[in-house]
Ligand binder design. Structure first.
Ligand code: ASC
Length: 151
């Protein structure tokens, strides 16, 4: 009985630590997934950016809805950064994503925090606060790009 319990714990432990790669059939699927998530994020973030920069009129309800989408999407791309999917071309991840994963995860968390704050600000409906929160969120995107994305 005790041995069975130990065996079960071992199996569960192994399952819990299954590499994230196991969530995707092929590395290309993970790449496609993370790019798709970033594309949706950038689309909705850009709509807020257009308002923040005065290119589009401020629409509080639209800003709030876009910011909610960004905040939700911000949680998704990171599962797609599976081992062995770095690159050298423009826009591909540097190997630092994997050699300095703790910092990468920190940058990810920072961005997720900033877009959550943006969503909160957008719910408040105050243009100046949305502008400030948008700037902080954009800076967190840029910081991770500078550190981890090939120029
Ligand atoms: C955007 C977008 C990004 C970030 C980044 C901010 O609108 O698509 O990737 O802002 O450019 O520096």
């Amino acid at each position: 009985m005790k041995r069975l319990l130990l065996a079960s714990i071992t199996v569960l432990g192994a399952l819990a630590s299954l590499p994230v790669a196991a969530q995707f059939q092929k590395p290309e699927d993970a790449v496609k997934y993370r790019k798709a998530a970033f594309t949706v994020m950038a689309t909705h973030f850009g709509r807020i950016g257009a308002m923040a920069s005065g290119k589009a009129p401020f629409d509080a309800a639209a800003a709030a809805s876009n910011a909610d989408i960004v905040a939700t999407m911000s949680k998704l791309p990171y599962a797609g950064f599976v081992e062995g999917t770095s690159g050298t071309e423009k826009g591909t991840p540097k190997t630092a994503v994997w050699t300095d994963r703790a910092k990468f995860d920190d940058d990810a968390r920072k961005m997720q925090d900033e877009v959550a704050k943006l969503a909160l600000a957008a719910k408040g409906g105050n243009f100046d606060q949305v502008k400030v929160a948008f700037g902080a969120a954009a800076a967190s995107c840029k910081s991770c790009h500078d550190n981890f994305r090939n120029p």
